[in-house]
Design a protein around this ligand. Structure first.
Ligand SMILES: [Zn+2]
Length: 363
């Protein structure tokens, strides 16, 4: 594996998913989740060498509908066009301004959602950070194809494949989008691996934020283990999930493992927690490639993260995951320090593939 080029699956469809603004703290700010992120990663991998770029194959809608409700897919596909037909400004993104919360519903037998999909946003979206524009649906479809194509490369024998997914996915649940995520790329890959015959699939999530969507999708499942390292939700987005005691339910009890970490966590402390997470995966003994939700918002200069990892740390973390000695489908999630995200991706992937890493991590 170390001498072969690492397959990198990427699509330019993401360029048209440029949300322009998000609402944070009541203020309209430029989107942290921008096309520049994926462009920076691609440039850094090209400059580093050793990575073989390829476009995604078309996998169709079925793998998406195995994870997401049709109503969510329908909304994401048609909300923009419905808004335009209703006369909305084509230069402004769609953001929800009402939310169908649990308290709103309150057990009432509500009969119907609005006919026009752009007026349904608040029934499917959980935050004000996830704008939709004309190119969002195609970008989300392409990100899923990127992820599934990376999966296929690993099934075909590559030890590692990297899907440069954008938009990211781990905050998206069965019938909910948000957190910059439209479709849950990692969950779709895991579900596809099960459909292809795997009986134990592990997802390791190293994004700074808790992957509430992934947790939700597999909450009652024992065939998909979800292990997540993330900022303690007591004081970090997405706030409502990610506590250590959330272990799954029913048959899924014990197959959801949250490892929340305090603000200020550094590379050494993170590596210790990662070793714990990897031991859980080793015990689970997956019979499919590892699905890795790979975020870099744990970086010290990330504008929305609170950890202090540095570029060298990512090489060590990659090497730790390599120690599992399993195939890895690495899928891009968050990371918003655009000036550093490329170097961080190179470091992690080179650690993962065992290249240019001076010594294994000693943690
Ligand atoms: Zn994140």
């Amino acid at each position: 594996m170390p001498d072969a080029h690492v397959p990198v699956i990427a699509s330019d469809a993401h360029l048209a998913h440029d949300g322009l603004v998000e609402l944070a703290g009541g203020i309209e700010i430029p989107c942290y989740e921008s096309p520049a992120r994926a462009v920076a990663i691609r440039r850094a991998l090209e400059a580093a060498g050793g990575f073989a770029f390829a476009p995604p194959d078309d996998h169709g809608l079925d793998p998406i509908l195995a994870v997401h409700d049709h109503a969510l897919v329908d909304l994401l596909e048609h909300a923009w066009a419905d808004g335009q037909a209703a006369g909305l400004d084509p230069h402004r993104p769609l953001l929800p301004d009402t939310f169908l919360t649990r308290a709103y519903d309150g057990g009432m037998a509500l009969e119907a959602l609005p006919v026009r999909r752009h007026e349904r946003l608040g029934a499917f979206c959980f935050d004000t950070a996830t704008p939709l524009v004309a190119g969002s649906y195609d970008a989300a479809r392409a990100a899923v194809d990127v992820a599934l194509t990376a999966m296929q490369r690993v099934l075909d024998g590559a030890g590692l494949a990297y899907g440069l997914c954008r938009p990211p996915g781990h905050h998206a649940a069965r019938s909910m989008y948000g957190g910059y995520c439209l479709f849950n790329n990692a969950a779709i890959v895991a579900e596809r691996l099960v459909a292809l015959g795997a009986s134990r699939v592990a997802i390791l999530d190293v994004d700074y934020h808790h992957g509430n969507g992934t947790q939700s999708i597999f909450w009652e499942r024992s065939d998909v283990l979800y292990v997540s390292l993330h900022a303690d939700p007591g004081d970090a987005y997405p706030y409502f999930s990610g506590a250590a005691g959330e272990a799954g339910a029913g048959r899924g009890e014990g197959f959801n493992r949250n490892l929340p970490l305090p603000g200020g966590t550094d590379g050494a402390a993170y590596a210790t927690a990662l070793a714990d997470g990897l031991a859980m995966i080793d015990t689970f003994d997956p019979d499919a490639p590892l699905v890795l939700s790979l975020g870099f918002d744990t970086f010290v200069d990330d504008p929305i993260g609170g950890f202090i990892l540095r570029t060298d740390d990512y090489a060590r973390l990659g090497a730790l995951v390599r120690g599992l000695d399993r195939g890895v489908v690495a899928l891009q999630e968050g990371g918003y320090a655009v000036e550093a995200i490329g170097a961080n991706a190179v470091a992690f992937l080179e650690g993962l593939v065992g290249r240019r890493v001076a010594a294994p991590a000693s943690v």
